[in-house]
Design a protein around this ligand. Sequence first.
Ligand SMILES: *Cc1c(COP(=O)(O)O)cnc(C)c1O
Length: 400
Amino acid sequence: MIPRRRIPLEWADLADALRALGGSADAAAQVAAFERAFSAEVGVPHAIATASGRDALGLILDGMGLGAGDELVIPAYTLGELVPLVQARGIVPVPADVDPDTFNMTADSVAARIGPRTRAIFVVHLLGAPCDIRGICALADARGIPVIEDCAHAFGARIDGRPAGSFGRAALFSLEATKAVAAFGGGILATADDGLAAAVRARVAGRARREWPAVRKMLLKCVEEFAVRSPAYAIAARLMFSPRSAGGFDRLYRQAHDRVRSRAAAFSGFQARLGLRRLARSAARQQRLNAQWETLARSLPSRFRVQRRSECGEPAFYNFVARFDGDIAALRAAAQRRGLDLGIGGEVMDDTAAMLGFADCPGAAAAAAQAVLIPLYDGLSERRLRRTVDILHRLAEELE
Ligand SMILES: *Cc1c(COP(=O)(O)O)cnc(C)c1O
């Protein structure tokens, strides 16, 4: 089975885990060093390590004073779990449609959703492809509305040479195991706003720092990774991702992760050391991923419409997602029988407009109905990449 994703694990991670369990006298210094390195990468004065990307978003919303009755423009196609996080604060999320070719919102779709109660605009650079952040910031500035950038997928992406995350009032990054700078959880809040940074620092300062939770998560991921690479996984995956049980399994997986995330603990020394190592290698990793992405984009059959990404800046390819003009559930089932694990539906992203009862976001509806996640990650071999392309060519013909 060619799995959908692969957790980046190194022997050095284990050594760090042991060191963390042996005591963490220098944890605070390590976290500070990681924050400085991260802020240098993004090109903003403040980078604050948080419990997760979502935690960073919550801290930004609270720090900017958004509350009950305020409207927040959000992407109509993004991670659905961000919606309840916004609603829990009484904030009203208003989805702006996406261009189904880029999966990103546009300045026009954002402008159409701004009203007298709009207090902020939340934009995402989906799957590492920069959105038209300049256009969106221009219209937001003209109205005095702050922009929040979701860079969970976009570490390393640039717009006219300037890093994603340095355009809005504040940005969030995710350090989840599947994201670019993987530290087994955690997030970064980046901002050039001194007042916001001070308010957020004051809130995270009181949190307890414990080394064990992230270490435990890494060990669990090791088990998961081992299972995914074993031959038995092909059978298990067929059961878990069958049309009948896929939704349930996806929910279970998300809930398990939510439980880990819900405790807003301080970022640990272990995570900081991992993060520092990943940062040092991120440019080389990104180059390898980009090359693989280009290969896949060139070789797919024409029934796959590849994400259009070059228009607004340099992407940092995060995942490979294309739209398939056909039955994606049938495609996924057939691919699985041939040993290729594709993602569809909520395993890619969610139609937040539909979640919120808006029927006027056709771009998000098209994206949700057609998006297929094709395996692409650092460490995917040439042979497996070619095999992926071969399987998809055969299936595109078979599933006429
Ligand atoms: C992963 C992700 C986040 C949040 O990251 P966590 O660290 O998992 O909380 C935010 N937005 C998008 C689009 C994501 O994919």
